[in-house]
Structure formats: structure tokens, C-alpha cells
Design a protein around this ligand. Structure first.
Ligand SMILES: C[S@@+](CC[C@H](N)C(=O)[O-])C[C@H]1O[C@@H](n2cnc3c(N)ncnc32)[C@H](O)[C@@H]1O
Length: 224
């Protein structure tokens, strides 16, 4: 969904972020988070959320019985997440850290998590950051662990890609003028997952193929 590029503007107003991102994504953002929790999270899971933002997904995972470590680079987003976690009395299940994804190698030990989740964050990384974060996710996952990522993706079919670009370019310009930042729709992401060592187990596209969900697994030690 090309309008995701406007999320950089919403990030500067965390209290309005959730409502805004749902409007921009035509409800897809919360729909995909509900699907992630329903299909892939189980009670007792130890989860790392990359770029947890205002904490919605972390809270849903914790409400299902998982424990979550969430990190985000933005203190404002984390303040909003902390407020929501306190209101729901989930402080014992969710630990938040302010840090950048590019510091993951110093922050987490090997094989400590069952699942890594991240929504609408990888499109904010440059290509080399995406590779680094996927390598780190692989390192910190237990064998057999899952990585589950949802984000804006570049459509494969030409006419859909052109339509996507047509909508995206003016939005990129507006966003850049207002925030001096932009996002990049993911491309070749299944290949990046495989290059990092994962086995792709599910992949779905929606919104004219411009929004993707990727589920991949770190092979278990015996190769199964
Ligand atoms: C569009 S928001 C998505 C938030 C949340 N995951 C969601 O789906 O609602 C992107 C988030 O990624 C965070 N972020 C961007 N770059 C980051 C980085 N290098 N390390 C950690 N967080 C980052 C931003 O601060 C922001 O909270």
C-alpha cells in the first residue's frame, strides 16, 4: 500500500499513530497483527518485537500468554507503549527497551527467543540494515523458531508496480518535505530471508500485492 510512506509523518504524533496507520492501511495494519497473533503466537512463547512502536502487537501477544521484549528507537513511541501496557496491567509480561535495530548484536544473546515479530519496520531500513537485522534475528532465535514480518512490498506484476509507483512518488515527496525521511517498499524479501538462513514457510500478499506477510523458520538442529 503506497500510502504507508506517510507513516513517517504519523510517527511524530504517537498518540494519533494507531488511528492514523489504520486509516492509511485501510484497516490492514490491525488485521495483519490479529492474524499474526491468532496463527503464530502461542502461550509461553518468548518473543522479540523489532520496532514495537506504540505497543499494540506486543500487548496482543502478551494477552495470549507470551512474554515479549520489544524495542524501538523512538522514545515518544515507547512512552505511548508504556502507558498502554500499564493501563492493561501487562508490565510483568512485556519489557521495553529504547535502542536501534542496528545494535542487536550487543543487546541479545544467542538462541534466546521462540519468535521474532516486526510490522511496518523493515521498510524503514536500508538494504544493508535489513540484511544485518535478519542475520541477528537468526542468531537470537532458538532452532525451529519463527520470524514473522509484515510490511509494504513492491508488487511483482508490472501494471501493479506502476500503479504503486504512481501513488507512491507524490507521497514520498510530501513525507520527505515534512520529515526529511522516507520508507522503501521491500523487494526480494523472501530471497533475503533465505540468504540469512531461514526457510520460508508462508507468504501472503494483499492490497494489490503491495502489502506482504512473511513467515520463515530457523531450521531445527537436526535439519527438520
Ligand atoms: C511505522 S512504525 C511501526 C510500529 C509498529 N511496529 C506497528 O506496526 O504499528 C515504525 C517503527 O519503527 C521504529 N524504527 C524505525 N527505525 C528503527 C530502528 N533502526 N530501530 C528500532 N526501531 C526503529 C520507529 O520508531 C517506529 O516506531
Amino acid at each position: 500500500m503506497a500510502s504507508y510512506v506517510l507513516m513517517k509523518i504519523l510517527e511524530s504524533a504517537p498518540q494519533r499513530y494507531e488511528r492514523g496507520i489504520n486509516i492509511l492501511s485501510l484497516g490492514q495494519s490491525s488485521k495483519i497483527q490479529r492474524e499474526i497473533v491468532k496463527s503464530y503466537i502461542t502461550a509461553g512463547d518468548k518473543i522479540l518485537e523489532i520496532g514495537c512502536g506504540s505497543g499494540t502487537l506486543a500487548i496482543s501477544c502478551a494477552e495470549k500468554g507470551a512474554t515479549v521484549v520489544g524495542f524501538d528507537v523512538s522514545p515518544e513511541m515507547l512512552a505511548q507503549a508504556r502507558r498502554k501496557i500499564r493501563e492493561r496491567d501487562l508490565s510483568g509480561k512485556i519489557r521495553l527497551r529504547q535502542m536501534s535495530a542496528i545494535e542487536m548484536d550487543n543487546a541479545f544473546s544467542d538462541k534466546g527467543f521462540d519468535k521474532v515479530v516486526s510490522t511496518l519496520v523493515f521498510s524503514e531500513f536500508y538494504a544493508d540494515e535489513q540484511k544485518y537485522v535478519l542475520r541477528e534475528a537468526y542468531r537470537i532465535l532458538k532452532p525451529g523458531g519463527l520470524i514473522i514480518i509484515a510490511d509494504e512490498v513492491r508488487p511483482n506484476i508490472l501494471w501493479k508496480r506502476l500503479l504503486h509507483l504512481l501513488i507512491r512518488i507524490p507521497l514520498v515527496v510530501i513525507t520527505y518535505i515534512l520529515t526529511q525521511k522516507s520508507t522503501r517498499a521491500l523487494k526480494g524479501f523472501s530471497r533475503l530471508l533465505v540468504e540469512a538462513g531461514f526457510e520460508l514457510i508462508d507468504q501472503k500478499r494483499s492490497l494489490l500485492d503491495s502489502f506482504g506477510l512473511y513467515v520463515a523458520q530457523k531450521p531445527s538442529q537436526n535439519g527438520n
